[in-house]
Design a protein around this ligand. Sequence first.
Ligand code: 5RP
Length: 214
Amino acid sequence: MSKDEQKRQSAETALRFVEDGMIVGVGTGSTVAYFIDGLARMRDRIKGTVSSSEQSTQRLRAHGIKVFDLNAVGSLQLYVDGADECDPNRCLIKGGGGALTREKIIAQVSHRFVCIIDAAKQVDVLGRFPLPIEVIPMARSSVARAIDALGGQPVWRDDVVTDNGNGILDVHGLRIADPVGLERALNQVPGIVTVGLFAQRPADIVIVDGLQRS
Ligand code: 5RP
């Protein structure tokens, strides 16, 4: 099975969690693109969506799917999103597509977070994929120094401005044995907007190559 087919099958399985009348939280990325295309078939059965990026909003609207402002909706029953890495405790690295801040906000207000991945993203310990961190531009150097002190190698992502007007640092060389602790520690660094570690609020359900694993 090709990687694209693995992603498509995970997205198709996630559609089973969508119920009539729902407002569905929608993530970002190539796996989620398949989910959005599938959601289009159920367009008339759902109330609409809350989107985690301009990219997903465009795709949703192109399918005629309604996109609500999160502030008008409150909490969500279901959030479906991809990830860059997933450990056995369903802790994730996210943000390869740069949408981590809005993704984390939606994950936080959702009762059920269904994560859709292909098998290559399963790891025993997070950190092989560089950890994305969204940073306020004026704190670029100070945040990089703080990350250095924590033992990571920060690399500024060239020419990327997030939907929120910030930059992204990708942190290489981390072996994240304590994802909750590292997420907490990085959240304390002034200038960091969001850490792409989803450990304090992990996924509830992980679908790998179309099969529900947890
Ligand atoms: C975007 C994300 C994506 O979910 C993650 O990068 C996975 O993307 P893809 O489905 O294209 O492999 O966190 O910020």
